[in-house]
Design a protein around this ligand. Structure first.
Ligand code: GLY
Length: 431
C-alpha cells in the first residue's frame, strides 16, 4: 500500500509539490490544506489555513496521513512539525527550534560561525547606537536586516548611509517589522553571483537537489523592487549537480550546519536552502531558508524523475545509522531543463489585485506546460480570478534552457488577465 500525504500551503510551490506527489506511484492519496484552485484539480483540498497548527494536526490525524509536507516557512517557525511529532505524525520540515535557521538571522549567523561555514562578518543588536557603530565598520554598501521573518521586506542593501541609518531606525525605533525587527543584523556586503543550494536533510546527512536560480526583481534587466521571485530556471550553467565544486559544498556548507544543529540538540530535518554568494574568496552563505524556494520548486520538482515521497519520508523519519536516511534513497533528475515564468497581478509587489478574471489557463496547459497556481480563486460565478500578487507560474520543460524557455513563454502568452505583469527575460541570459 502506498502513502497518504498532506501538503500544507496554497501557493505555486505547494502546487508543484502536489503535482510531483500525485505522479509518484508510491503515493496513494494527496490532500492539501488549504490548497488552491489548481491544486483542487488534481487533489482534495481541506479548508484549513496553513498557519492553523491545531487544525492541521487534527486534519492529519483524521485523514490518517503517513506524511505531512510543509511548504511555507511560517508554520515551521510556528511549530507545526513539533505538534505533529507529539501525535506521532511524520512531517517533512524542521522543528521550530531548527527552523530558527530561517526565523532568526542572528541565530543563523551564530550557527554558521560555530560550524565554521563562511559568511560575512556581522553584528546583531537591538540598540540603535550599536547598530550605527556597526555601520561604521561595514559598508558601503551597507546591509541591514530585520532579524525575524518580514515577508521578504526586511533586508536593505544600500550605498547610501542615510538609507542604511533609516533602515536601522525603522526597525529598532519605529517598530516597522514589529517583533521581527526588534533586533537587526548589520553585516558585510558579499560581492559576486548569487547561487542557491537545496539540501534534503535527515538530521545528520544531506542529499543535494539540482540547483535552480530565481529572478528577484519585478522588472526586465533586474530593475525595480524585489519580489518573492518572478521566474526561475534549472539547470544553472556553471553550477550543476555532479560538478566537483558544487558537490563539495555539501561537505563544506551543509554538513557542518547539520552537525552543529545536532550538537545543540535540535537536529535539522527537511529542506535546507542555502543562499550563497560566489565571492572571490569562495562561496559564502548569505542566508538560510528552511523550505523549498518559490518559484524554484516549480523548476526543480518537474525535473525530479525518482520518487519524491521516498525522499521526503526519509528526511522526516530516516536515520543514516539505521540505513534508511536520505542517502539510502535513489534520487534522479532528467537531463533536460525547466524554466518558469511568474504572472503577477497589477500593483505587485507593493500591493496586489484580486477578483480579476483569468483566461487561457487550459490552453496553456494543453501545450504540455505546467501551470502552477499561486494566487488564484474561484469567484461566486465559478470563474477563475486573481487572488494575490503572484498569480500563476508557468513552467516549460525541454532538452535545454532555450527550449524550456520557449515552452514556458509559448504557454504563458496564452494566459490573459487585466494588469498582468511578467518579465520577458527569465533565463534569457542563459538560454
Ligand atoms: N525565491 C526565493 C525564496 O523562495 O525565498
Amino acid at each position: 500500500m502506498g502513502v497518504r500525504v498532506l501538503v500544507v500551503g496554497g501557493g505555486g510551490r505547494e502546487h508543484a509539490l502536489v503535482a510531483a506527489l500525485v505522479a509518484d506511484p508510491a503515493v496513494d492519496a494527496v490532500l492539501a490544506a488549504p490548497g488552491n484552485p489548481g491544486i483542487a484539480a488534481v487533489a482534495r483540498c481541506a479548508a484549513v489555513a496553513g498557519d492553523d497548527v491545531d487544525g492541521l494536526v487534527a486534519l492529519a490525524l483524521s485523514e490518517r496521513v503517513d506524511l505531512v509536507v510543509v511548504g511555507p516557512e511560517a508554520p515551521l517557525v510556528a511549530g507545526l512539525v513539533d505538534a505533529l511529532a507529539a501525535r506521532d505524525v511524520p512531517a517533512f520540515g524542521p522543528s521550530a527550534a531548527a527552523a530558527r535557521l530561517e526565523g532568526s538571522k542572528a541565530f543563523a549567523k551564530a550557527v554558521m560561525d560555530a560550524a565554521g561555514v563562511p559568511t560575512a562578518p556581522w553584528t546583531a543588536t537591538s540598540d540603535r547606537a550599536e547598530a550605527l557603530a556597526a555601520l561604521d565598520r561595514s559598508g558601503p554598501p551597507w546591509v541591514v536586516k530585520a532579524d525575524g521573518l518580514a515577508a521578504g521586506k526586511g533586508v536593505v542593501v544600500t550605498e547610501d548611509r542615510t538609507t542604511a541609518e533609516r533602515a536601522v531606525t525603522d526597525a529598532l525605533v519605529e517598530g516597522r517589522f514589529g517583533a521581527a525587527g526588534a533586533t537587526v543584523v548589520v553585516e558585510g556586503f558579499l560581492a559576486g553571483p548569487e547561487r542557491s543550494l537545496f539540501a534534503v536533510c535527515d538530521g545528520e546527512d544531506a542529499v543535494l537537489l539540482v540547483p535552480a536560480q530565481d529572478h528577484k526583481r519585478i522588472g526586465d534587466g533586474d530593475t525595480g523592487p524585489n519580489t518573492g521571485g518572478m521566474g526561475a530556471f534549472s539547470p544553472v550553467p556553471g553550477f550543476a549537480l555532479g560538478d566537483a565544486r558544487v558537490d563539495a559544498l555539501r561537505d563544506t556548507h551543509v554538513l557542518p550546519v547539520l552537525r552543529e544543529m545536532a550538537r545543540r540538540g535540535t537536529p535539522f530535518r527537511g529542506l535546507l536552502y542555502v543562499g550563497l554568494v560566489d565571492t572571490i574568496d569562495g562561496p559564502q552563505v548569505l542566508e538560510f531558508n528552511v523550505r523549498l524556494g518559490d518559484p524554484e520548486a516549480q523548476v526543480v520538482l518537474p525535473r525530479l524523475t525518482s520518487s519524491p515521497s521516498a525522499l521526503l519520508r526519509a528526511a522526516a523519519v530516516g536515520s543514516p545509522a539505521r540505513g534508511d536516511g536520505v542517502a539510502s534513497v535513489p534520487v534522479a533528475f532528467d537531463a533536460g531543463a525547466a524554466v518558469t515564468v511568474v504572472l503577477a497581478s497589477a500593483g505587485y509587489p507593493a500591493s496586489s489585485t484580486s477578483g480579476v478574471p483569468i483566461e487561457g489557463v487550459d490552453a496553456a496547459a494543453a501545450t504540455g506546460a505546467h501551470v502552477f497556481h499561486a494566487g488564484t480563486a474561484f469567484d461566486d460565478a465559478g470563474r477563475l480570478v486573481t487572488a494575490g500578487g503572484r498569480v500563476l507560474a508557468v513552467t516549460g520543460t525541454g532538452r535545454d534552457v532555450a527550449a524550456a524557455r520557449a515552452a514556458a513563454y509559448g504557454a504563458a502568452d496564452l494566459i490573459r488577465f487585466e494588469g498582468q505583469q511578467r518579465r520577458g527575460d527569465i533565463a534569457a541570459s542563459v538560454g
